[in-house]
Design a protein around this ligand. Structure first.
Ligand SMILES: C[S@@+](CC[C@H](N)C(=O)[O-])C[C@H]1O[C@@H](n2cnc3c(N)ncnc32)[C@H](O)[C@@H]1O
Length: 226
């Protein structure tokens, strides 16, 4: 692949390219080249990691054209880091910043620790995101909170963390699995209820579905105004 086949996006280290069959792919320039078993491409000695929208809701958001206000020196609190698939790409983006990655499953944490070892900007935290006081002394104020926990009380959990950690002007990205909140009500109704829980301090910039990559989740993007 040639250097000029990669198309810059507005985000540090994030590029797209078009495959031979005409489909669009998303990649991040690898801060560290290895994550076991993943596909990479090489361009002029640099390694780029393919970021799959069917595996990562953030990749789905970006490939659909959403913008998120992340810079190379941003700090991010990531709630529900799982085994680090999306987190590792966020770490590529904030190459001079920090990602605090909270996950409460010890099993997932094993993988997360392995991925974090060579990445000095990725701090894994084994904790329950419902109790942000438990990691208060490990996390600084952040520019963004990204939450993907797939449980009930998703907006409430985000707000508890935002109260402690978000900077003025900071951004919240709340991934909502509506069926985990209410299996009977429709997606619009559930996500509207969650938005109202964000309260007056946040301006909701957008509510986006992730179709065709994911039909179960909705993303809400909000900014702290004051
Ligand atoms: C849908 S997965 C996240 C996938 C991940 N964001 C990605 O894109 O690679 C949800 C994760 O949230 C974690 N989780 C759920 N509730 C949590 C909580 N209260 N505190 C911390 N982690 C939680 C689960 O263990 C699971 O790993």
């Amino acid at each position: 692949m040639e250097d000029n086949d990669l198309i810059k996006t507005g985000l540090n280290n994030v590029f797209t390219f078009i495959t031979r069959d005409g489909s669009k792919r998303l990649v991040t320039k690898a801060l560290f080249p290895w994550v076991q078993g993943e596909k990479t491409i090489k361009v002029e000695k640099e390694e780029y990691r393919i970021w799959y929208p069917y595996h990562s809701k953030l990749a789905a958001l970006l490939i659909k054209g959403s913008t998120i206000p992340l810079k190379k020196d941003s700090t991010v609190l990531y709630l529900g880091a799982a085994n680090g698939t999306t987190v590792s790409h966020v770490s590529d983006i904030v190459s001079e910043g920090t990602v605090f990655a909270v996950e409460f499953s010890p099993r997932a944490m094993k993988d997360l620790i392995r991925i974090s070892k060579p990445r000095k900007n990725l701090i894994p935290i084994l904790a329950d995101a419902r109790h942000p006081d438990s990691y208060r002394n490990m996390v600084t104020e952040v520019d963004m909170i990204y939450q993907d926990v797939a449980q009930r009380e998703q907006a409430e959990r985000m707000m508890r963390n935002a109260d402690l950690f978000i900077k003025k002007g900071g951004c919240l990205v709340l991934i909502i699995k509506t069926k985990s909140i209410d299996s009977v009500k429709n997606t619009d109704e559930v996500s509207h209820n969650e938005i109202t829980k964000l309260g007056g301090l946040f301006k909701v910039m957008g509510k986006l579905n992730l179709n065709p990559f994911d039909s179960e989740h909705v993303a809400i993007i909000a900014l702290k105004e004051v």
